[in-house]
Design a binder for this molecule. Structure first.
Ligand SMILES: Nc1ncnc2c1ncn2[C@@H]1O[C@H](COP(=O)(O)OP(=O)(O)OP(=O)(O)O)[C@@H](O)[C@H]1O
Ligand SMILES: [Mg+2]
Length: 245
């Protein structure tokens, strides 16, 4: 079984929306998928409550001490992909999920505030030496803002950062919000729509990244992590070592 964790300190970046979208795309690609909800806000459970279909099952795991055993039992029962949705901020359960991830996805809206606030999450990901990628979400359909945001992450081939910015970017469209309200994934809500296309393509990118093997990209994110004030960086470093030793 492989485990993907969606995490970022910033609220509203799209963790839950992307978790649902990727889960459905992975099922369509043949995976047996479980969505793990570690966020007590309960976005995924509420979504499942509105949903007419059983799959993908949402399983709440709110205690950091339960994460490892829960993932082991899913693997034992034949699940091939676990997708973990986390709460905004940093927490023990988010760190535990990252510790067991094969890939961490860090959603960010194309704003400097979203990208900078991902640094605390990235420090945990780096301490755990986990592969990761940013997913630029809620991007405008056109304009320079997205390119500027990707540049802020460091998306240039010369430094190898192209590998840590997932493609395609996911544009801001009502389909995502309407699908969430209807208890559907966006590829169920509007299968022929551009949003569904983007999410399916994003799954292909993620799958290729998972299959490319475990490569430590943590150093590639150093530029972003180093943008924090030093006192905060020290606190984050302590927290991340607590999480991963
Ligand atoms: N690409 C998109 N286009 C339009 N709306 C979007 C998109 N992605 C997410 N949204 C909307 O933005 C809001 C926040 O998304 P979501 O709940 O997935 O973020 P989150 O990171 O899980 O938030 P939280 O930190 O509160 O858990 C939701 O209303 C969602 O429908
Ligand atoms: Mg959420």
């Amino acid at each position: 079984m492989q485990t993907i964790v969606l995490a970022t300190q910033k609220g509203g970046a799209g963790k839950s929306t992307l978790a649902i979208g990727l889960a459905r795309a992975a099922i369509q690609a043949g995976h047996s998928v479980r969505l793990i909800e570690t966020d007590m806000q309960g976005t995924l459970s509420s979504w499942q409550g509105r949903r007419a279909y059983a799959e993908p099952l949402v399983e709440p795991v709110y205690d950091a001490r339960d994460v490892e055993q829960h993932l082991q039992s899913l693997a034992h029962d034949g699940t091939t992909l676990a997708i973990v949705d986390t709460a905004s901020g940093t927490s023990a359960v988010t760190s535990a999920a990252i510790r067991h991830a094969d890939l961490c996805l860090i959603p960010a809206r194309p704003s400097i505030a979203d990208i900078e606030s991902a640094a605390a999450t990235l420090s945990v990901v780096r301490a755990c030496k986990k592969p990761f990628a940013f997913v630029l979400n809620q991007t405008p359909a056109r304009g320079r803002r997205v390119d500027n945001a990707a540049a802020a992450i460091g998306d240039d081939t010369t430094s190898g950062m192209a590998d840590v910015v997932a493609k395609p970017f996911i544009a801001m469209r009502n389909d995502h919000q309407d699908a969430l309200s209807a208890g559907l994934a966006v590829s169920e809500f509007a299968p022929e729509g551009k949003s569904a296309d983007e999410i399916r393509s994003l799954w292909q990118w993620v799958e290729a990244k998972l299959n490319s093997g475990i490569t430590d990209h943590a150093e590639a994110g150093g530029k972003l992590a180093d943008t924090r004030p030093s006192a905060q960086a020290a606190r984050d470093a302590d927290a991340s070592w607590d999480a991963c030793l």
